[in-house]
Write a protein that binds this ligand. Structure first.
Ligand SMILES: [Zn+2]
Length: 319
């Protein structure tokens, strides 16, 4: 076992979903003939380390053995790695759903609820998402619309464009329409209540879903804010996501101490949305290209990213 934990890539885990696609190009060189792929998990418990001395190990095992080196000293209470990143490939509408907040999740024996955000990697001109209900909609109207297969017109649909960041806090009724490719960053929780499925036969969870729903939330598009040579796309109670662009042949330097977060350093999940280059730190380097995720442990300290081709990086840190 290494004395220190170096940055490593995680192998993507391709998950079948009825609303997904069969060809993941140009993001991944991956096609299927059977059930479509809807989600590509980038930092799931079952994702395998792709390189280095821990290659082949499950991410959950790395977390269990190296929690402090990975997350830093402020996370001794963490029961699991705090963030899950995924790429979503919706070809059909996703069900209308809601996630519980921390309090309701804990009543059910889970460590925390699920707040999430979506960064739009690509979008067709008609791509849209739904956040919340139209103003003035009552719970009674919503229940009736669910029973009559007519919830869609009551939802607040909004168009999405490439490079939008959409924040979805726990308690927000939401849905994703077809046409966008989304990078989702979420609290690492499975708790989802499906309120409506357009008449598809999957199970609904109305009682829990209505209990978890809040009429007013902070969900919506977030305006980026320049900082630290990049842009803060979103900063919530649970995570912060930044974007960095690095021109071909240039180098961007980063620190373990992300501004506004734990000064002793925090783990950074680094996703290449386009281009390629490498994560370099005192002691090594790790290549990263489009669609791949690198985990930079808190213990690594300062690091930099020299770009081979013009690169766009998304970096997520737990809070
Ligand atoms: Zn969701």
């Amino acid at each position: 076992m290494p004395a220190t934990l170096s940055p490593f890539r995680l192998r993507p885990w391709f998950r079948t979903r009825i609303w997904g696609v069969r060809d993941l190009s140009p993001w991944y060189n991956y096609t299927v003939t059977g059930e479509p792929i809807g989600e590509v998990w980038l930092s799931g418990d079952d994702c395998l380390v792709d390189n280095g001395p821990l290659a082949g190990q499950r991410f959950a095992a790395v977390f269990a053995a190296h929690r402090e080196a990975l997350l830093g000293p402020g996370w001794t209470h963490a029961e699991r790695f705090p963030l899950l990143m995924k790429v979503l490939f919706p070809k059909e509408k996703l069900s209308v759903q809601v996630h519980p907040g921390d309090a309701m999740a804990r009543e059910a024996g889970e460590p925390h609820g699920k707040t999430e955000c979506w960064y739009v990697l690509d979008a067709t001109p008609d791509a849209s998402v739904a956040l919340g209900l139209k103003p003035g909609t009552t719970e009674e109207q919503m229940r009736a619309a669910i029973m009559n297969n007519g919830l869609e017109p009551l939802l607040h649909w909004m168009p999405v464009r490439k490079a939008d960041m959409i924040f979805v806090d726990a308690g927000t009724i939401h849905a994703i329409g077809p046409g966008a490719v989304l990078l989702e960053t979420q609290q690492n929780s499975d708790m989802t209540y499906r309120l409506y499925d357009y008449g598809r036969p999957r199970e609904l969870h109305l009682t829990d879903g209505l209990k978890a729903s809040r009429a007013v939330t902070r969900a919506g598009k977030v305006t980026p804010r320049p900082e630290d040579g990049g842009e803060v796309l979103v900063q919530s109670d649970y995570f912060r996501v930044d974007r960095f662009s690095v021109a071909a042949g240039e180098r961007h330097s980063l620190s373990a101490a992300v501004p506004g977060l734990d000064a002793t350093g925090c783990v950074q999940l680094v996703f290449a949305a386009q281009g390629s280059g490498s994560v370099q730190w005192d002691g090594g380097s790790l290549e990263l290209s489009r669609g791949q995720l690198a985990v930079v442990p808190a213990a690594v300290g300062a690091w930099s990213f020299p770009a081979t081709d013009a690169v766009e990086l998304l970096r997520a840190c737990p809070i």
